[in-house]
Structures are given as C-alpha cells and as structure tokens.
Design a protein around this ligand. Sequence first.
Ligand SMILES: Cc1cc2nc3c(=O)[nH]c(=O)nc-3n(C[C@H](O)[C@H](O)[C@H](O)COP(=O)(O)OP(=O)(O)OC[C@H]3O[C@@H](n4cnc5c(N)ncnc54)[C@H](O)[C@@H]3O)c2cc1C
Length: 566
Amino acid sequence: MKNQFDYLVIGSGIAGLTFALKAARSGSVAIVTKKERLETSTNYAQGGIASVFGQDDSFGLHVQDTLDAGDGLCHPEIVDLVVRTGPERIRDLVEIGVQFNRTGNNFDLGREGGHSRNRILHAQDMTGKAVEKVLMDAAESSPNITIFEHHIVLDLVIQHHSMKTGSLYLHQRDICRGAYILDTAADQVHTFAANAVLLCTGGAGKVYLYTSNPDVATGDGLAIAYRAGAKLANLEFVQFHPTCLYHPAAKNFLISEAVRGEGGRLIDRHGRAFMEKYHPMKDLAFRDVVARAIDTEMKTTGDDCVFLDVSHLDAEFLKARFPNIYRTCLSLGVDIAKDPIPVVPAAHYMCGGIITNSSGQTTIQNLYALGECACTGLHGANRLASNSLLEAMVFAHAAAQDCTRQIESWRNRSLPDMPDCSEKAANQGSGNNEMVLIAHNWDFIRRLMWNYVGIVRTDKRLALALNHIVQIRMELKEHMPKIPVNSDLVELQQIALVAELIIRCAVKRKESRGLHFNVDHPAKDDAWLKDTVVKKNPAEEFLSTVPFKTDEPASDRGQVLSFRHR
Ligand SMILES: Cc1cc2nc3c(=O)[nH]c(=O)nc-3n(C[C@H](O)[C@H](O)[C@H](O)COP(=O)(O)OP(=O)(O)OC[C@H]3O[C@@H](n4cnc5c(N)ncnc54)[C@H](O)[C@@H]3O)c2cc1C
C-alpha cells in the first residue's frame, strides 16, 4: 500500500503537531489537514496558555479554579495530571523556540475569567500564532514527518476482531487501521494505513451561526469517531465566548478575555456597566455567566450587541499588549483607546468530545483523540479559560509516550486487506446540479442551532430542534449520494450529525449546570452529576460516501445514550 505510516495524525493544530514531533522519534508520521497547514484554531488563539509559574500561585489553586469552572463534572485525577505536568509542557515549547512575553527573567502572566491568580503565559495577543509557527517549522524540518494539505478525512478504517463459538457471536474490541481520505486538490479518495490513528481535528464551532472558530471547525473528528463506534461524552457543553467583535466586515474575530483581565468593562449602549448585576466577580466571572448576562441584556433591551470599554486604559499600553486586537479594530473604524468595542457572544469551544483515558486512547483500539475533539475529563461542564492549549499538549505528550512503548509490537501485526479507494471522487455521484441543497442545509442547521440550542435553552426548543435535525439528516441520506463527494458535502454531513448529537445530549440533561442552561430546569441537580455518554445507534447506517466495510453484528453496537457515573 502506497500510503502506509506508523502514525496517521489527522489535524495540524497544537495537538497534532505536538504529537507528531514527539512520535517522529519512534516512527514515520503522516499529518493530514483539510485546508492549508496553518489553518487551525490554534493559529487564532489569542489569550495564552494557563500554567503555574507565579510566586503567589500553586498547583492546588489552578486545580481548584479548574474544578470550580467545571461545575462538578471534572475528573479530578485528570485535572491534577494536567495542572502538575503543565509547566513541563511549557518548557518543551520554550525549548523549541516559542517566545512568551517576559518581565525580566519571569514570564509575564496575564489573568482571565475564573482564574484566582495571574497564570496566563502569552505572546502578546497572538499566542496561538507563535506556538503554531514554531511547531510547524519543527515538523517541516523533521525527516520522519510528511504533511498532506487539502486532504479531508472521510471515515476511519476499522477492523472488527470477533470470535464465533457455535451459533454465538462474541464481539471483541475494534481496532483502527487507517482512514479514507479525500484529496480535494486531485479529487481522489485514498486509503491511508497506519499502526495508530490520532484524531486531532479540533472543535465544532461551525455548527453554530455565530462562532469565533475558523472554517475548519466542523466537528469532523466527533462525527468520524461516532460512526466508527467510539464513545463520546458531554456534547451539550458548548462554550460561548462572551466577546466576539460585532461588525459586518469582521468574520469570527475574538476580543480576548485578557482584555477584561487587564481592566476592560462590559457596558450597554448608554455606557452603563452591567456585570455587577449578575456576579460578584463582575467582568471576570466565568465565561458562561458573562455570556448569559450579555444574552439577557441583549434580549431585554433589544440591542444587537453590548460594548467592551477599555478607553480608560493607557493607549500605549493597549497598543503594546493587544497589537492584533488594536490593529484589527482600528482597520474597521474602532479605536479601542477611545471607542467602546461592539461585542456579541459566539460559539467558541466544545467541552465534550471523544472519550479518552489519560493517554489519549479512545474506546477503539489504536485510535487516539487529542486536543479539542477529545473529552478527557479536564473541562467538565465548563472549560476554564486558556486550559485547552495546555490540555492538548499534555495529552499529545502522553499519547506519544504510549505509542512509542507499543510501536514495535504493532509493527509485527499483519495488515488486513483494505479496500483501495483511489478512484475519482467525482464518479461517486450522478451530477452536481443540486449543490443548492448543500448551501441551504448548511445555513439552516447553523441557524437552528443558534436559535434553539444556544446559550439559553428550553425543553420545547430542544424538542423542535431534534425534530428538524432528524428530518434534515433523513433528507441528506436520501439526496446526498447523488451528489459528487466534495468537502462542503462532507462537512455538511459532519455538522448535521454533530448537531444531532449535541441536541440529544442537551435533551437528556434535565438540569442546568456549567454551560448547559435550560430555563425549564434552572437548578443544578446532583442526580445529574454524571457525564452524558453517547454511542452509535445500532439501527443507523454509516454515512460515509466511500466504501466502509464492517462485519460487526449490529446488536453489539451499544446503546444510544447512557451515563458515565463519576
Ligand atoms: C479565536 C480563538 C481563540 C482562542 N484562544 C485560546 C486561548 O487563548 N487559550 C487556549 O487555551 N485556547 C484558546 N482557544 C481554543 C484553542 O485554540 C483550541 O481549543 C485549540 O487550538 C485546538 O487545538 P487542536 O489541535 O485540537 O485543533 P485545531 O488547532 O483546531 O486544529 C484542527 C486541525 O484539524 C484539521 N481537520 C479537521 N477536520 C479534518 C478532517 N476531516 N480531515 C483532515 N483534517 C481535518 C484542521 O484542518 C486543522 O488542521 C481559542 C480558540 C479560538 C477559535
């Protein structure tokens, strides 16, 4: 087979690159990425990375802040692991050349919502860019790493190990052996084989109409893992960032929480600060509190946005601390040193994801999930600001160690026969005169999710949303096979499935906790102190438009929804 590697890494953000660099010491690595290599959420991260370096800080305080944000659903042993090993992972970055801002010999540590101490390492307000560039430069110069741009993964190759005893069909574990990948430049579908596959596909912000995420964030990893039979959890916990720039010419531009950390205040259009009405921590309350407060203000006043005011801060300080935000706003006619910044909340971060253990392993053998697409237990019901880049590095490191230990034994296994998919993708559909279906459904799903499954939810809106999405997915199933495979179609299928899974999880949780707020169940209820686990419905067919063979008996596919007790 042409495309055969030790490690197949899907995604070129912080999770994929960190893993690739460490794993390349023990084997060959393919990184596939569906657009240009730098087009990742990582590249847009502004605020920074949380870790304990301050004189007045401690692991215990960072742990406690993370647990408080997670509202009862964090897995304490995972929080402990991430916080305690965080400084080592930061040192890894410094070693390969990331330059964080410093004051003298010490890191300059910023503050963000929910943090009781200053602990955010940053490279001005473009931390993600600095990290992504250094990691990418290192990956490009590694002889063991090959990068495939414009390759979109459609589905995983899963080998089902099963044993037959008489008429009994005993099911053993599934093993991931590779992936089916559409090369969008050549319009070809290929099979990639690997000893281990790493899903590092990032978030799912594009499921919502308004998002801070780049276009690549369509939840592909979640959909792919779900179809392959992996367990996912806590998809109802979608974090809405309180402050995205509200301007017709600005697509997805975030005004970092660090701006409030430096003294920025949220005000209404009359200049009145309003956060004291909602929380004693005012503008630095947890993100869900701030996002709901803004949502309430906008719904009560009928205004299209609220404002973030930093005009009381020194103009030179603003230019030096937030050069990217300063420049971008100025180019749109907002001088942040003088004018309040118009802001609205937007979908920002998926706290749930593919369930993994502390080495990043999913419930499918040789399949790992790292970064935003994973649900490690760190975030619980709400992510503490700037914990996600840290989480991605900690688990990428752990997964690389785990794989390195096992790679020799994996190499000794024989590779199963895999269907060669290197055919023209365009041949798979009968014509492309129905592209309007794709555009319409993209828009419909994103609006539906924003209006019915957004910051504040109700039982009725969730039930309506579920009806709509089930209908849309049935239509997609009927009509899409007639349309040639292309990335818009693939992503539409992914956002439709992820939207349905988010709704199903949200419907199930009959309480309000962390990021999930339902006015029909406004209180927290300890009967729900458990993760919402979702697994493929036995009756559902694979959605993939490429051949996907499975000999697994349907009855072994598990239940739709269950709960993982803590
Ligand atoms: C504007 C913004 C600001 C943020 N600020 C911060 C911050 O200050 N601190 C913090 O900790 N977090 C921050 N976050 C969150 C953080 O940036 C992300 O959680 C993190 O970067 C995710 O990294 P990742 O490696 O998991 O995924 P990403 O960096 O998003 O990379 C995903 C990769 O997967 C690829 N991919 C996806 N699907 C497929 C497919 N089907 N086939 C092939 N490739 C695929 C994409 O092309 C991309 O290369 C921010 C996020 C945004 C959007």
